[in-house]
Write a protein that binds this ligand. Structure first.
Ligand code: FES
Length: 106
């Protein structure tokens, strides 16, 4: 099975271990929604709403952020140095074991 494990810390500080497929072109926002975590993903993953914002809490090396992601984070609330848009993180072997904390709702 092509699966990885992702840890998501919710807004109450509770940790959730999610298992996701790496061969279905899925991203972190979609995985959170599949597990019914409180991630809205309003724009459907277009880097246009920031409701999927999370903070990277592990040392996982992620692909560089696109201009679209950086622009969106520029306008979002609660942005920190380690902010990322969940919809822009694809599930892949490289991010196995990643730890992300959900940003507060705007
Ligand atoms: S789902 Fe809208 S920016 Fe990620």
């Amino acid at each position: 099975m092509n699966e990885i494990t992702v840890t998501i810390i919710d807004r109450e500080g509770e940790s959730h271990e999610l298992v996701g497929p790496t061969d279905m072109n899925m991203n972190i926002m979609e995985l959170c929604k599949a597990y019914e975590l409180p991630v809205l993903g309003e724009c459907g993953g277009m880097a246009m709403c920031a409701t999927c914002q999370c903070y990277l809490e592990s040392e996982t090396a992620l692909a560089e952020q696109s201009d679209a992601e950086l622009d969106m984070l520029d306008q979002a609330f609660h942005v920190k140095n380690n902010s990322r848009l969940g919809c822009q993180i694809q599930l892949s072997d490289e991010i196995d074991g990643i730890v992300l904390r959900l940003a507060p709702e705007a």
